[in-house]
Design a protein around this ligand. Sequence first.
Ligand SMILES: *[C@@H]1O[C@H](CO)[C@@H](O)[C@H](O)[C@H]1NC(C)=O
Ligand SMILES: *[C@@H]1O[C@H](CO)[C@@H](O)[C@H](O)[C@H]1NC(C)=O
Ligand SMILES: *[C@@H]1O[C@H](CO)[C@@H](O)[C@H](O)[C@H]1NC(C)=O
Ligand SMILES: *[C@@H]1O[C@H](CO)[C@@H](O)[C@H](O)[C@H]1NC(C)=O
Ligand SMILES: *[C@@H]1O[C@H](CO)[C@@H](O)[C@H](O)[C@H]1NC(C)=O
Ligand SMILES: *[C@@H]1O[C@H](CO)[C@@H](O)[C@H](O)[C@H]1NC(C)=O
Ligand SMILES: *[C@@H]1O[C@H](CO)[C@@H](O)[C@H](O)[C@H]1NC(C)=O
Length: 432
Amino acid sequence: MSFPPSTASGAMKAFRGKLHFPIIMVCAIAFISLLYTERISIILSSNPFFKVKSCSKTNATSKNKNRNATLDKLRDTILDDRFEFDPEECSIENGKWVFNRSIEPLYSDRSCPYLDRQVSCVKNGRPDSGYRYWQWQIQDCTLPRFNPEVVLKKLSGKRLLFVGDSLQRGQWQSLVCMVESIIPEDQKSMRRGHSHTVFRAKEYNASIEFYWAPFLVDSNSDEHIIGNPKERILKVDSVAKHAKYWTGVDILVFNTYVWWMSGYTIKSYWGSFPNGEEGYEELEAPAAYRIALKTWANWVDTNVNPNKTRVFFTTMSPTHMRSADWENPDGMRCFNETKPYMKKGFWGTGSDKKIMRVVSEVINKMKCPVSVLNVTQMSNYRVDAHTKVYTETGGNVLTDEQKADVLHNSDCIHWCLPGVPDTWNEIFVAHL
Ligand SMILES: *[C@@H]1O[C@H](CO)[C@@H](O)[C@H](O)[C@H]1NC(C)=O
Ligand SMILES: *[C@@H]1O[C@H](CO)[C@@H](O)[C@H](O)[C@H]1NC(C)=O
Ligand SMILES: *[C@@H]1O[C@H](CO)[C@@H](O)[C@H](O)[C@H]1NC(C)=O
Ligand SMILES: *[C@@H]1O[C@H](CO)[C@@H](O)[C@H](O)[C@H]1NC(C)=O
Ligand SMILES: *[C@@H]1O[C@H](CO)[C@@H](O)[C@H](O)[C@H]1NC(C)=O
Ligand SMILES: *[C@@H]1O[C@H](CO)[C@@H](O)[C@H](O)[C@H]1NC(C)=O
Ligand SMILES: *[C@@H]1O[C@H](CO)[C@@H](O)[C@H](O)[C@H]1NC(C)=O
C-alpha cells in the first residue's frame, strides 16, 4: 500500500473513509427543536433590531487606538493580571516544545464530562502518555500559566463563541475542560444543540459556546454532512445562514481549513443562479477559499463593533498524513510517533502555504482588528499528538480489528485531549 501523493488527497481519503462520522456533532434530535425555540426567544427578547455600528469608518490609526482601548478595558476588568506576555511584542510562532514530566494537565478524559469520545485518547486505549507533557516555550517571552479562575474572571459577563470545524470544536472543548473543574456542579450547564452548543458558568455569568460552520460560508454540507466531497457545494458569497448566530457575542474565535483540503477543486456558486446550486463552478481550493474568507471578512467589517467585540482567527491546524515529511518514510502516517519532530521551522505538506497566504492577505486588509492565533508552526512539530486509532467512528470506538489497520484508520488530523489545543488556549487567553 503506497501513500497518497499529497496531503490533500490524503485528507480526502480520510474524509471519505471515516471522517464524516466523527465530524458529525453528537446530538439528540430532542435538542434541535429546543435549540431553535430557545434561540428565537433569545433573539426576540433582546432587541431584534439591534445593529452594531460598522467598522467602515475606522482606519489604520484608529484601528490601533481601538485595539488599545479594548485591551485596556479588558485589562481593567481583570484583578490578578501580571502578564509577562504581550501579544503585540511576542511572536508565538518562534519557540520550541520542552518536555516536563511535572506538568499536571488541568483535566483528563475521565475527569472532564464534556469531552467527545472522538478525542478521549486514553479512554480509547492510547498506551503512551508522553504527548501530554510538552510545553510550548516561546523564544522571547514566557506564556502565563493557565489559571482557570483568572480566565473565568476575564470571561465574566461575556459570551465567547468558537465558530468553525471539528478542530475548532476541539479547542472549545479543551477550554471548557480547562475551566470547568473549579465550578461547582450546580453552577454550570451544557446545552448541546445540532449546530450551536453552549457551556454556561452561572456564577460568572459567562458562556463558552461552539457553533458548527466548517467552511464558515454556507454550504449544503453543514447540518447534514455529505460524506463525498464531490457532492458538496459551497455558497462562497454568503455567511447569512450561520452569521445570525454570531451577533451579540463579546469574543468571536473563527477557523476554517481542513474541509477545504478534500480535493483540488471545490464546487462553488454565488449570486442567484436561476438554477441555484446547479450553477456551480469548480474553483481551485485556494481560489474558493479566498472568496469565502473575503465574504466572512466583509461580514465582520460590516457587523462587528470592535469596541464591543474581539475577533480572533485560529490558523490552520496541520495534518500529519505523510510520514516522509518528517524523515520517517517507513512510518504509518503519524501512528508510530511518540515524540514531537523537532527540526526547527518544520512545515509539513499538511499545512497549505497558499491557504496561509490567503489568510494573511485577507485579514491584513480588514477594517476590524482581528487577532491571529497563529498555531500552525507550533502544531506542525506535534506529529505525536493526534488521536491516531484511539478514536471513534460512527459513534463507536474502533474495534481491535480496525485498530490493527493503522495505515488506513489512523486519524492524523484531530488531536488528543488533553493535548495540543490546550496550548492554543493558553495563547488565546493570554491575548484577552
Ligand atoms: C484616519 O483617522 C484619523 C483620526 O481618526 C484622521 O485624522 C485621518 O484623516 C484618517 N485617515 C484616513 C485615510 O481616513
Ligand atoms: C498602543 O499601546 C502601545 C503600548 O501598549 C503604544 O506604544 C502605542 O502608541 C499605542 N497606540 C495607539 C494608537 O495609541
Ligand atoms: C515544569 O513544570 C512545573 C509545574 O508546572 C514547573 O513548576 C517547573 O518550573 C517546570 N520546569 C521547567 C524546567 O520549566
Ligand atoms: C450576563 O451577561 C450578559 C452578556 O453575556 C449581559 O447581557 C447580562 O446583563 C449579564 N447579567 C448580569 C446579571 O450581569
Ligand atoms: C469606539 O470607541 C471610540 C472611543 O470610545 C469612538 O470614538 C468610536 O467611534 C467607537 N467606534 C465605533 C465603531 O463605535
Ligand atoms: C510502526 O508500527 C507498526 C505497528 O505497530 C509496526 O509494525 C512497525 O514496525 C512500526 N514502524 C516503525 C518504522 O516504527
Ligand atoms: C503564521 O506563521 C507563519 C510562520 O510560522 C507565517 O508564515 C504565516 O504568515 C503566519 N500567518 C499569519 C496569518 O500571520
